[in-house]
Write a protein that binds this ligand. Structure first.
Ligand SMILES: Nc1ncnc2c1ncn2[C@@H]1O[C@H](COP(=O)(O)OP(=O)(O)OP(=O)(O)O)[C@@H](O)[C@H]1O
Length: 255
């Protein structure tokens, strides 16, 4: 079976410092992966390499079996990989519905003509209405994004990320800054809206990791030292020594 996303001996140096030091990983379609690791381990850099923000120094990134390393972020997006936008990429003065519709329309293609735009508008409206329901913001349909609560803005961000129908979704700390209860509900929401999709999240909160992930990739000092089920990762000696056994991680996991 072709992996939905595959990294082959991926490396990235900034100047003389190698930050990503030979990462290999194969993620099957439909799997939910949490990428964890200490601060500065290279998690964000890995996401930046996958989503095309940085080009790797060497190695390959394959999306559904096709090389995407070296391509531009928008090209990778149109090939079916979507990364969560930062809050600042939500249009604050547009309504929730309009934000979602922008996400849908933007994904429809860069060779866009005005006539095609008009023809597709009905479809885009319909899709935006569906997304509204999915992210449970239908009651906030016409509210300006700037007037949403923080958790609602994060939900909108997820809605925009999935708007184009990408099959591989990257979310960077989706529950950061949320209360425990908001986090719990948000994990359920993420699970629902990503059914059938491949999901990668960078996550610090161990509660979120163990609640969401089918598999965990542990990044330490630019290397993936483990890639396995949550139970096996928890029991992995090397991971415990390098990361999980710390009191901080235990506290986050609620032990
Ligand atoms: N553009 C850059 N130029 C130089 N060094 C960089 C650049 N981006 C990241 N780094 C360095 O790469 C290392 C890994 O950073 P990265 O942000 O990927 O780690 P992280 O695991 O996401 O950390 P955190 O959990 O704190 O977000 C850090 O030492 C950082 O200073």
């Amino acid at each position: 079976m072709t992996a939905a996303l595959e990294l082959k001996d991926l490396r990235k140096s900034f100047g003389k410092t190698e930050i990503i030091r030979g990462c290999s990983l194969a993620v099957n379609a439909g799997e939910r992966i949490a990428v964890i690791g200490p601060n500065g381990a290279g998690k964000s850099t890995l996401f930046n390499l996958i989503s095309g923000r940085f080009a790797p120094s060497s190695g390959e990134v394959l999306l559904n079996g096709h090389r995407i390393d070296g391509k531009k972020p928008f090209e990778i997006n149109r090939l079916g990989l979507s990364r969560s936008f930062q809050i600042t990429n939500i249009f604050p003065k547009l309504s929730v519905f309009e934000n979602l519709r922008c996400g849908v329309l933007w994904s429809l293609g860069y060779k866009y003509t005005f006539l095609k735009f008009l023809a597709d508008l009905d479809d885009a409206n319909e899709r935006a209405e569906q997304l509204l329901q999915m992210i449970r913001l239908h009651k906030k349909r016409d509210v300006l994004a700037i007037n949403l609560t923080y958790a609602e803005q994060r939900a909108l961000e997820v809605g925009i990320t999935i708007a184009g129908g990408a099959n591989v979704i990257l979310l960077d700390e989706p529950t950061a800054g949320m209360s425990r209860e908001e986090t719990r509900r948000f994990i359920e929401l993420i699970k629902e809206v990503t059914v059938g999709k491949t999901l990668l999240t960078v996550e610090h909160d161990m509660g979120v990791v163990f609640g969401l992930a089918d598999k965990i990739a542990v990044v330490v000092y630019g290397e993936i030292i483990a890639f396995d089920t949550p139970e096996n990762v928890r029991a992995n000696q090397r991971v415990q020594e390098a990361y999980l056994g710390s009191s901080v991680a235990d506290a986050q996991a609620g032990h």
